[in-house]
Design a protein around this ligand. Structure first.
Ligand SMILES: Cc1cc2nc3c(=O)[nH]c(=O)nc-3n(C[C@H](O)[C@H](O)[C@H](O)COP(=O)(O)OP(=O)(O)OC[C@H]3O[C@@H](n4cnc5c(N)ncnc54)[C@H](O)[C@@H]3O)c2cc1C
Length: 402
């Protein structure tokens, strides 16, 4: 029988595992957070925090220090590169719906580092154990035994897989990861060159159509402190290896703005995009959270935010089961609430965002732009659109599910 002293094991100290660890530790639950890496990953990934995520992080005293390290971004836009025509969405229309009516542009590792410091200061036992890679899990009715590299096998009351896209916890649960992978490779290039100096009315978040032959119809420009992230695509017929050469990157950046002198490129990262989701977030005493449970196109910046929302939902249910207030089946509420949001709001919305920006037909594009401008210009429709794209509608719908 698993005693109350068996901890709750969290596998993976990405942003989702770290948030969950802090939430459970604050609720007084014993946590063992295992991380395969030797430190917090500073890979180029999420750069956008949405309003409700900032509202949630505020409850952990993390919003203020995170905001201090990011760019408060009250508007975002969809733009046509060639003439600068744009639809600008202003988040002030949702000021009554959130304490943070803006997107915060900050790298995800900044949140991870803030949580790491907080765990060390306030809940040392729940801080990540780096260099611990879980590779086997076996569960019975009362608990789960974990083993792997860098730690002695131990038993946990629950295991929560926050171990990302290639989750070993998901595999141990024998949970198929249904969905598909998009054909294109995106290349993320960062540069300190300030595109706001050369493009009129550019926001910190810009999704851009272009006819330039260096691209396949679209690129995006996202601002984080001190640098811009350009998401570039291969030109028609161009292979990824060729697109990653310094000359090709230079050509693409000059296609965005021909500045005459070479661009300083700070980082370069190619990535593929998937849309996948598991059928159930729980099997017995093993659960999934964040990218381990669902993957979506980064268009709209929702993957990490949705994973953090998962963590907040799951923490309350785990705490109530742990305290004996409810039985194990109570945890099914977590799947009931979070899975539809991931499927219908996050994955579907990200897919629509991606499809919109990949439109190449000029007449269709003009119509899409006119539609978006009409929405942005109408306070009622803009509010509805922004509640959805800022992930507030999904959270409200989830909260209404028993
Ligand atoms: C280019 C790009 C841009 C993005 N932009 C945004 C954005 O703006 N907004 C947004 O919300 N999302 C964005 N995303 C998505 C976001 O990065 C992910 O959704 C987020 O990182 C998921 O967090 P996670 O903690 O679930 O998983 P991860 O960040 O993948 O963390 C998983 C952790 O588990 C560890 N791990 C894996 N296997 C094991 C094991 N066996 N044992 C122990 N540890 C293990 C890994 O080392 C890692 O530290 C973007 C993604 C990309 C690629």
């Amino acid at each position: 029988m698993a005693g109350q002293r068996d901890p709750i094991a969290i596998v993976g100290a990405g942003p989702v595992g770290l948030v969950l660890s802090l939430l459970l530790a604050r609720a007084g639950l014993p946590v063992a957070l295992l991380e395969a890496g030797e430190d917090i990953s500073e890979e180029l990934r999420a750069s956008t925090f949405h309003p409700p995520t900032l509202d949630m992080l505020d409850g952990l005293d993390l919003a203020t220090p995170l905001i201090a390290q990011g760019l408060v971004t009250p508007t975002w836009q969809i733009r046509r590169h060639e003439d600068g025509a744009r639809a600008v969405f202003d988040l002030s229309v949702i000021a009554a719906d959130t304490a943070h009516p803006y997107r915060l542009q900050a790298e995800q590792w900044k949140l991870s580092r803030l949580i790491l410091a907080k765990l060390h200061a306030e809940h040392r036992d729940a801080a990540p154990r780096f260099g611990c890679a879980v590779d086997a899990l076996t569960q019975d009715a009362d608990g789960v035994t974990l083993s792997g590299q860098g730690f002695e096998p131990f038993r946990a009351a629950f295991v929560i897989g926050c171990d990302g896209a290639r989750s070993v916890v998901r595999k141990a649960m024998q949970m198929p990861f249904g969905g598909d992978t998009y054909p294109e490779t995106t290349i993320l290039a960062t540069t300190p060159f300030d595109f706001q100096d050369v493009f009129d009315g550019l926001s910190n978040v810009n999704y851009i159509w272009t006819d330039h032959p260096a691209f396949s119809g679209t690129f995006s420009l996202l601002h984080v402190p001190g640098r811009w992230r350009a998401s570039l695509h291969t030109a028609q017929g161009e292979d990824v290896e060729a697109a990653l050469t310094p000359d090709a990157i230079e050509r693409k950046l000059h296609a965005i703005h021909p500045k005459g002198t070479p661009y300083e490129v700070l980082d370069l990262r190619p990535y593929r995009i998937h849309q996948r989701i598991v059928g159930d977030y729980r099997r017995g005493r093993m659960l999934l959270c964040g990218d381990a449970a669902h993957l979506n196109s980064p268009s709209g910046g929702m993957g990490m935010n949705g994973g953090i929302h998962d963590a907040f939902e799951l923490a309350t249910h785990i705490a109530s089961v742990w305290r004996g207030e409810t039985d194990l089946t109570h945890l099914d509420r977590y799947t009931r609430r979070r899975r539809p949001v991931a499927e219908r709001e996050i994955i579907a919305q990200a897919d629509r965002n991606r499809a919109r920006m990949r439109e190449r037909d000029p007449a269709r594009r003009a119509q899409l732009l006119a539609d978006m401008q009409a929405i942005a210009g109408d306070p009622v429709r803009a509010r509805e659109h922004l509640l959805r794209s800022s992930m507030i509608s999904g959270l409200r719908a989830a909260a209404a599910i028993a």
